[in-house]
Design a protein around this ligand. Structure first.
Ligand code: B12
Ligand code: SF4
Ligand code: SF4
Length: 370
């Protein structure tokens, strides 16, 4: 089926799931109310008579540089915005779901007796990383990601809950993969918003991934300067991880950075880069119309952030850039921010005003530069 990893775990209330309610009680889930679903603490509550979990992992690493290696970033004349690696290609929910449904269909063809099976990718009531650990796929690392010793952590996870009693990948006395984080703290130290409460524990409310994708309202001002050029998600705690230094790259066409077809990038960018979702110009993000957003991100995981969220995030990243005020781009961006600051959408208007203040742009700067 093209998965890099696959394993089977018995459907049980794994020990780590006992920590979920304390994590929720500390408020670490922020506005992600779906994480309070009671079924998440025991996979048997997610499917009646569930006996086994089949857990798969698909590598999504591509040859493009890591965000921590990207030279252009916020500097220079055309500062770039960062979309997290997982969202460059086609929506992984669709890519994995299609493969998992094909697997379930094959299972039905092979097992004549009736059985139930439910495929989950991300949005189902299963804590997938914990399931993956007990299916023998890797360890739960200090950055909270599942790491596989051979592949690293650029892995999408998917789970099939089934009533079939399948042979588990780990024998009864066999422990899950050992924690190979050792004394390393690179991810904890590199997190720009200090989102880790402690090793292995993330306060999602501070995580850039949460702030740019899940949070619908205003981004707390105190966190904005640390967000750098992040527009959708963040890869830093994985980029710095030694286990990702030699991660293989996927050949899967669906996971390569999408090309931005029409309406994307300035003319210059289109010519130079053929414009893809790998580090597009910030100006492009901030100038997207609602209609362009819907067209360009159809079938992409980016659409979860919604147009309003993306423009809000782009304003923060523009505010963090060192775009030269005297440059051509600087003048265009100043005019763009001024237009956004006058928007009827108060969320966008406030974030645009914040960016103007950060850049030292006066309210009438755009008009004067025309
Ligand atoms: C909610 C969610 C988020 C939230 C919260 C992340 C988080 N760490 O919980 C946000 C929006 C921030 C997020 C970000 C990202 N996510 Co996400 N996310 C999820 C989702 C939907 C649920 C995860 C969950 O249940 N969190 C709740 C808490 C309780 O889980 P936890 O952190 O694992 O909690 C454990 C620890 O806190 C620990 N614990 C608690 N107290 C204590 C105390 C001690 C002493 C110890 C040792 C441990 C401990 O026990 C808990 C239970 O295991 C899963 C999909 C799924 N259905 O599982 C994807 C998922 C985890 N995400 C994924 C990805 C790819 C990402 C991002 C990389 C995306 C991006 N680039 O922007 C980032 C990575 C950030 C990070 N370091 O985690 C992948 C992970 C793949 C992998 N290899 O691990 C998943 C599995 C989606 C998928 N199907 O592929 N995500
Ligand atoms: S994804 Fe970014 S903000 Fe979130 S924990 Fe990792 S480094 Fe910190
Ligand atoms: S950077 Fe270090 S501590 Fe963090 S997940 Fe990787 S090995 Fe573990």
């Amino acid at each position: 089926m093209g998965f890099e990893l696959c394993g089977v775990a018995p459907a049980e209330a794994f020990p780590e799931l006992a920590q979920v309610s304390a994590w929720l009680e500390r408020g670490h889930a922020g506005e992600m109310n779906y994480l309070h679903d009671k079924r998440r603490v025991d996979p048997r509550l997610a499917l009646d008579k569930a006996r086994s979990l089949i857990v798969v992992a698909l590598n999504y690493n591509t040859p493009q540089p890591y965000s921590t290696e990207q030279a252009a970033g916020l500097e220079g004349d055309s500062p770039r915005g960062w979309i997290s690696r997982y969202a460059w290609g086609e929506d992984y929910h669709e890519v994995l779901r299609e493969k998992l449904n094909a697997l379930v269909a094959r299972m039905h063809a092979q097992w004549p007796e009736p059985f139930d099976a439910r495929a989950c990718v991300d949005t189902g009531p299963v804590v997938e990383r914990v399931a993956a650990k007990y299916a023998g796929l890797g360890w739960l690392a200090k950055n909270t990601c599942l790491i596989n010793e051979q592949i690293g952590s650029w892995l999408f996870l998917g789970v099939i809950l089934t009533t079939l009693e399948l042979e588990a990948s780990l024998g009864p006395a066999e422990p899950p993969a050992a924690d190979l984080c050792g004394n390393c703290t690179l991810c904890l130290d590199a997190c720009p918003t200090q989102a880790f409460d402690a090793p292995y524990v993330l306060d999602a409310r501070r995580c850039i991934s949460y702030l740019t994708i899940e949070l619908r309202g205003a981004i707390p001002e105190a966190l904005r300067p640390a967000m750098g050029n992040a527009v959708i998600g963040c890869d830093i705690c994985q980029d710095v991880c030694p286990w990702n230094r030699k991660s293989p790259v996927t050949q899967l066409a669906a996971l390569q950075p999408r090309r931005i077809e029409q309406g994307g990038g300035t003319g210059k960018e289109k010519m130079e880069n053929g414009a893809t979702l790998f580090a597009p110009e910030l100006e492009w993000f901030a100038s997207l119309s609602q209609e362009e957003f819907s067209r360009i991100f159809r079938g992409s995981a980016v659409k979860r952030a919604k147009w309003r969220g993306l423009v809000r995030n782009a304003c923060v990243a523009v505010g963090n850039s060192r775009i030269a005020r005297g440059s051509e781009t600087g003048a265009r961006v100043a005019a763009l921010l001024e237009r956004l600051a006058a928007s009827d959408d108060l969320l966008i208007a406030e974030h645009a005003r914040w960016a103007m203040t950060r850049l030292g742009v006066r309210r009438d700067a755009g008009r004067r530069s025309d």
